[in-house]
Design a binder for this molecule. Structure first.
Ligand code: CMP
Length: 140
């Protein structure tokens, strides 16, 4: 299987719940390695840019306001099948539909405040990683 990189964001609700360690532990236990990481508060413009693909959706404003409402932890995860592995660890977008034992089932309150974001494919991963990290910020 190919070694991949994916972008992960622990959203403001995850940080507020003091669940950073809980979530990172799941990544590490699944064999994903952290190649870059930062704790930051996004501006509205940064959140809007990141989620630009959802610009036309009715929840876009709410989503960006939430993402800029408090600190987030942004990281690059690397490992075999990292993109899908991270998506499996996160569970379905809507926590009510997420499988038992997933991050969203265990920690998230709603589809809007769903604790984590993860890239949904190889192209998205590339774009999302480049949105937040320069190539020189990734360790080898
Ligand atoms: P995420 O994986 O970060 O990608 C886009 C986000 O939009 C998604 O998680 C949800 O938090 C949010 N989202 C998707 N659908 C809805 C919805 N119907 N209502 C509110 N937020 C949504």
């Amino acid at each position: 299987m190919a070694i991949e990189r994916t972008l992960s964001i622990i959203k403001p609700d995850g940080v507020k719940k003091n669940a950073i360690g809980n979530i990172l532990n799941r990544f590490e236990k699944a064999g994903l390695r952290i190649k870059a990481m930062k704790l930051v508060q996004l501006s509205m413009a940064e959140a809007q840019g990141f989620y630009a693909v959802h610009k036309a959706r009715p929840f876009f404003g709410e989503l960006c306001e939430f993402m800029a409402s408090g600190p987030v932890v942004i990281s690059v995860l690397e490992g075999e099948n990292a993109i899908n592995k991270n998506r499996e660890l996160m569970g379905a977008t809507d926590p009510a539909k997420a499988d038992a034992g997933t991050i969203r089932k265990d920690l998230a309150n709603s589809i809007g405040e769903n604790t984590v974001h993860g890239s949904d494919g190889a192209d998205t991963a590339k774009t999302e990683i480049a949105y937040f990290f320069a190539e020189t910020e990734l360790v080898n």
